[in-house]
Design a protein around this ligand. Structure first.
Ligand SMILES: *Cc1c(COP(=O)(O)O)cnc(C)c1O
Length: 217
């Protein structure tokens, strides 16, 4: 199977209006170009350093997504070009992104990462913390960031029932938030192993690596 045919198979499984973020972490420039040449434009990386190294070596019209946990001291390196930051899990990080976006005269779009998995290791905010952040004066004063929605990762398990429940909880919370914040438009859920369950639960942005590029070894 080639990257191109894998990409096509994934695209065929996505409803209209779903954004596919091709997760290219650890993959080479040549591999990324194969997906680019097949028409893919959104790419995701989980380390700022790796994204910053790849970005100048690839076409300018790629939309770069930072999907990993954020090290605040590295935010400035991507502030000039990043398209969407998925992994924001605290106000302090949002303030740093705002500051660096301002110095580039940009508005950087962000998603708040919600913790829906049972694993302790997964990052993210509780639903209550998310509501508090959105209500806070501190957030309202940040004019160079825009929160577009939520990102979540389900527990790594074969139990599809559990994954379905976790995505379902996030979908319900997102819907509830949208009544107060109708400008929200993005629910980023689903990876290679669970994106079909995520789509059934209303995801409109999936982050898929190995199903396109093969395993990361
Ligand atoms: C690596 C990664 C993905 C993609 O994982 P695959 O299983 O290879 O599709 C999605 N989201 C995040 C946050 C990741 O770190």
């Amino acid at each position: 199977m080639s990257i191109k045919s894998n990409l096509q198979a994934v695209l065929n499984a996505l409803p209209k209006g779903t954004t596919l973020v091709a997760v290219s972490k650890t993959k080479s420039i040549a591999e990324i170009m194969e997906a680019y040449d097949a028409g893919q434009r959104h790419f995701g990386e989980n380390r700022i350093q790796e994204m910053v190294e790849k970005q100048p070596r690839l076409p300018d019209d790629i939309k770069w997504h930072m999907i990993g946990h954020l090290q605040r001291n590295k935010v400035r390196h991507m502030a000039g070009f990043v398209h969407l930051v998925h992994g924001v899990d605290r106000l302090k990080t949002l303030k740093e992104i705002n500051k660096r976006a301002k110095s580039h005269d940009r508005v950087i779009h962000c998603l708040l990462q919600a913790k829906i998995a049972e694993e302790e290791s997964k990052f993210g905010m509780s639903f209550e913390e998310i509501e508090q952040l959105l209500r806070s004066e501190a957030y309202k004063n940040l004019h160079n960031i825009k929160i577009d929605g939520l990102m979540g990762m389900a527990t790594f398990t074969d139990d599809t029932e559990q994954i379905d429940q976790e995505f379902g909880r996030l979908r319900a919370f997102y819907k509830k938030l949208k009544t107060d914040y109708p400008e929200l438009n993005t629910l980023s859920m689903g990876m290679s192993g669970d994106y079909k369950i995520a789509l059934e639960n209303g995801s409109n942005m999936v982050r898929i690596g190995s199903a396109i590029f093969g395993s990361r070894g």
